[in-house]
Ligand binder design. Structure first.
Ligand SMILES: Cc1cc2nc3c(=O)[nH]c(=O)nc-3n(C[C@H](O)[C@H](O)[C@H](O)COP(=O)(O)OP(=O)(O)OC[C@H]3O[C@@H](n4cnc5c(N)ncnc54)[C@H](O)[C@@H]3O)c2cc1C
Length: 380
């Protein structure tokens, strides 16, 4: 019987496993991928804040440093969000996180979880490699989480789609390598196109409700990239607006993408996955110390108080899904060439006087500004 079984060895699961194993409790990580981190399903961008906040040192999985995000708007307007970040080797990062947990004593088994049975203190996880018993289970099994579904915690889930090509840097000479460039346009319906420099290569992708391979191809063409030079394609889904009964039960906690911690506007989820893994670990340790599994219920309350699940994010994402190019142009008219922090209330008000229809949409504008401010403060 393990003290804790963690299903999924992505950032959320490995972070939780590392912290719990560090206190001496027995941890089993169940991971269905033969090689952790592959295939890559990620733009591989994180903020410096993500590492600092989660107390992670810089590692050799860092490939490139950027100053922040350059938002490129239709008609060529652009503005900056200064927030230092990194392009990482995502597979290397995921492996490093898992190895850290194993060094602290966590065990890793390559198996696919197929069902869960039991109650707090006496869970059984059935896999294609046999069954495992644990006192607490952490569902870190990504966007299509089954632990949450099997336990009746998940009511509804929706996904954003994301597709990405990798290109050698020699074919991307015209691109800015100091910033993560994000391209906003009504055709992405609240999603966006991205160009992330990473030294020797670039990640170029599209994500949103209607993202597709053909949208990625046309995005590449629109910014002058020859798609015949692509090296590989990655794709994946990003959780969006899941509805939960709760993200916890006695002896069960759901973390990371499985808990829809991902930022619905940026699609960034590594930081929130790590943070939710940490919070779940603290609750698991306390439950085990006090022999009281109802402590895991506190996880749901705590996680909902984090900046990642602030209601402004989802509202912002829903507003942006309806934005037309003229709305992006309005934002561009205020911020072109400037930093996002220049979007003061006063400057917005003056711009609104010239375009009174936006004054009538003040609530929408303030919500979007609020969500972007949270992103700037807490990463995305
Ligand atoms: C194309 C794309 C680009 C992205 N770009 C970025 C980005 O640039 N920056 C960013 O911050 N975020 C990005 N994200 C989001 C980010 O990848 C996720 O938020 C992050 O991976 C969440 O970590 P996690 O540990 O919760 O889940 P995951 O990383 O998905 O890990 C879950 C693990 O559980 C395993 N698993 C699932 N089911 C089972 C089972 N039944 N049994 C055993 N194991 C199981 C999976 O194999 C997987 O290893 C992107 C997502 C996509 C799809």
């Amino acid at each position: 019987m393990y003290d804790v079984i963690v299903v999924g060895a992505g950032p959320a699961g490995s972070m939780a496993s590392y912290m719990i194993a560090s206190t001496g409790y027995s941890v089993l990580m169940i991971e269905k991928k033969k090689e952790i981190g592959f295939p890559i399903q990620c733009g591989e961008g994180i903020t410096q804040f993500c590492l600092q906040y989660n107390k992670l040192p810089e590692g050799n999985w860092i490939k490139w440093k950027v100053k922040g995000v350059k938002s490129v708007l239709p008609s060529g307007y652009y503005f900056y969000t200064e927030e230092p970040g990194y392009s990482i080797d995502r597979a290397g990062f995921d492996k490093w996180l898992a190895e850290r947990a194993i060094e602290r004593g966590a065990e890793l088994v390559n198996a696919k979880a197929k069902a869960i049975e039991g109650k707090a203190g006496k869970w059984k996880i059935f896999t294609n490699e046999g069954e495992y018993k644990g006192r607490i289970v952490i569902g870190a099994d990504g966007p299509s989480s089954n632990i949450a579904r099997w336990r009746g915690l998940l009511m509804e889930r929706h996904y954003l789609l994301a597709y990405q090509y990798k290109f050698d840097a020699k074919y991307m000479k015209q691109m800015d390598d100091k910033w993560f460039s994000i391209y906003w346009h009504e055709k992405f319906r609240g999603g966006y196109g991205w160009v992330f420099p990473r030294g020797e290569e670039y990640n170029v992708g599209v994500g949103g409700v209607n993202a597709s391979v053909s949208q990625l191809k046309s995005f590449c063409k629109s910014i002058g990239i020859d798609i015949d030079k692509k090296k590989e394609m990655n794709k994946g889904v990003i959780p969006f607006a899941y509805k939960f009964v709760s993200r916890a039960q006695e002896g069960i906690m759901i973390v990371g993408d499985a808990a829809c911690m991902t930022n619905p506007t940026s699609g960034g989820g590594i930081q929130a996955a790590l943070a939710s893994g940490r919070i779940s670990a603290k609750k698991a340790i306390k439950s085990l110390e006090e022999e009281n599994f109802s402590i895991t219920l506190e996880y749901d309350r705590e996680i909902r108080k984090t900046p990642y699940l602030h209601p402004a994010h989802l509202k912002c994402a829903r507003y942006l899904q309806k934005w037309k190019n003229e709305d992006w142009l309005f934002l561009g008219s205020i911020l072109h060439g400037k930093k996002f922090t220049d979007l003061t209330l006063w400057r917005s008000f003056l711009a609104g006087l010239k375009h009174p229809s936006y004054l009538l949409r003040a609530r929408e504008m303030l919500t979007i500004r609020k969500a972007m401010k949270i992103n700037q403060k807490y990463g995305w």
